[in-house]
Design a protein around this ligand. Structure first.
Ligand code: HAM
Length: 416
């Protein structure tokens, strides 16, 4: 048997209804807050991701599905959506009419990470991006939307963690201070961090390896190195979150795995997912659109890990199992053709009807109706047709009654 690819998964009926519910709730919320849907391709030129996410990040260095197409051009299955949204904003000059745009997009992403609970190689994200606004209030609005969505989905074990990563003015000074600290403590770092220390020192701050955590106690804090403008920006974020009663924790070690971030960064973390505790992450990326060849435009956004959200929403799920309103058990070829016509017509009226297409005994059809969880069964044999009345059986009470054919639809609706 051919199995699916490691780290990829099927979302089966029974589970998919929860995904639909989450998507419906997210879409409604985004629309209420003025976001418009954008759909972007699943593949892009590799250089788009290399340039935006950063050559020295784990994602670009070792996790992308990159391959030459038939003409030798390097293309990549998207590991995230932000770069593509920016590319689209620039390519279609969406800024010309109105530089301020709010987008959302939902779809699969691909990263060749080591699969484990909550971490897949094809996973789904729900993304929101606000482009063209440098006000800290845009960051606050995003965090507010995230927590509102989680609350609407009855997901309660979540907490917002925020930090500021400064800007090209203040970050180099911080990096120098951090590199100095790392040089003196490099003997205690894990092998990954020894490599990161020179190429991407910020990432050492949020390494989860216990030895690195211990080694990083006393490391300099980016928050002590923010320039006055970044400091003020962050103060407003915190003040506005308090003003709208959004609880948060300032986490000075929160750095993100993508290089484009500036100023506010945040994660929504949960205690329900073990090691993969980030159910959403995001932040500001004020320099990205310019770096990709567009106008100098600030932007901020987030992505929710859809799979992770479905896993924690699952704990509170109601039963989504879909059962037919009516199962039609017909006996004989002629009656089967007749009830097939009924089934098609009823489907158009929103009645969920099911039937057996093959030649099966009444007993086996009743068994199938039971398996499907049908609430009622309609029995249609030669006698019933001759008398112009069919039998309706209530599967819970097991009570049967004879109903004139012309009243059947009304009765089904009344009892379903
Ligand atoms: P990210 O932190 O790389 O950010 O991903 C966002 C979320 O996607 C994570 O918090 C996690 O829930 C989920 N996720 C990431 N990798 C996996 C995986 N292998 N399996 C399952 N879930 C995963 C971004 O992607 C940024 N583009 C977010 C953003 C949008 N920043 C600004 N705008």
């Amino acid at each position: 048997m051919i199995q699916l690819i490691k780290g990829f998964k099927d979302i089966l009926p029974g589970e998919v209804e929860l995904w639909q519910e989450i998507e419906k709730t997210a879409r409604a919320l985004f629309e209420d807050f003025g976001f418009k849907e954008i759909r972007i391709p699943i593949m892009e030129r590799t250089e788009l991701f290399a340039k935006s996410i950063g050559e020295d990040t784990d994602i670009v260095e070792k996790e992308m599905y990159t391959f030459p197409d038939r003409k030798g051009e390097l293309i990549t299955l998207r590991p995230e959506a932000t770069a593509s949204v920016c590319r689209s904003y620039i390519q279609h000059k969406l800024y010309a009419k109105d530089p301020v745009r709010k987008f959302y997009t939902i779809g699969p992403m691909f990263r060749r990470e080591r699969p484990q609970k909550g971490r897949y190689r094809q996973f789904y994200q729900i993304n929101a991006e606000i482009i063209g606004v440098d006000s800290p209030l845009a960051d606050v609005e995003l965090i507010f939307i995230l927590l509102t969505l989680f609350s609407r989905l009855s997901v309660s074990d979540v907490a917002a963690h925020i930090n500021s990563l400064g800007c090209p003015e203040c970050r180099p000074e911080f990096k120098t201070a951090l590199s100095g600290f790392l040089t003196s403590s490099s003997g205690n770092l894990c092998s990954d961090c020894v490599r990161r220390k020179d190429r991407n020192p910020l990432r050492v701050l949020d390494c989860k390896v216990p030895a690195c955590r211990t080694a990083m106690t006393g490391a300099p804090s980016i928050l002590d190195h923010l320039c006055p403008a970044c400091n003020e920006h962050f103060e407003i974020v915190k003040g506005a979150l308090k003003a709208i009663n959004v609880p948060f924790t300032v986490d000075k070690k929160l750095v993100r795995g993508l290089d484009y971030y500036t100023r506010t960064t945040f994660e929504i973390q949960t205690g329900e997912l073990g090691a993969q505790n980030a159910v959403a992450g995001g932040g500001r990326y004020d320099g990205l659109i310019k770096a990709l060849g567009g106008p100098d435009t600030p932007a901020t956004g987030f992505a929710i890990g859809f799979d992770r959200l479905a896993e924690i929403a699952d704990l509170n799920r109601t039963d989504f199992a879909q059962t037919p309103d009516i199962y039609i058990a017909a006996l004989g070829e002629k009656n089967r053709s007749l009830v097939f016509e009924w089934k098609c017509a009823w489907g158009l009226e929103g009645i969920k009807a099911d039937m057996e297409f093959g030649d099966k005994s009444l007993k086996s059809q009743m068994k199938r109706a039971h398996r499907l969880g049908a609430k009622q069964v309609l029995i249609v044999g030669d006698n019933e047709i001759k008398q112009g009345a069919v039998i309706l059986r209530d599967m819970t009470t097991k009570v049967q009654m004879s109903i004139p054919i012309e009243d059947v639809v009304e009765k089904i609706i009344e009892r379903s």
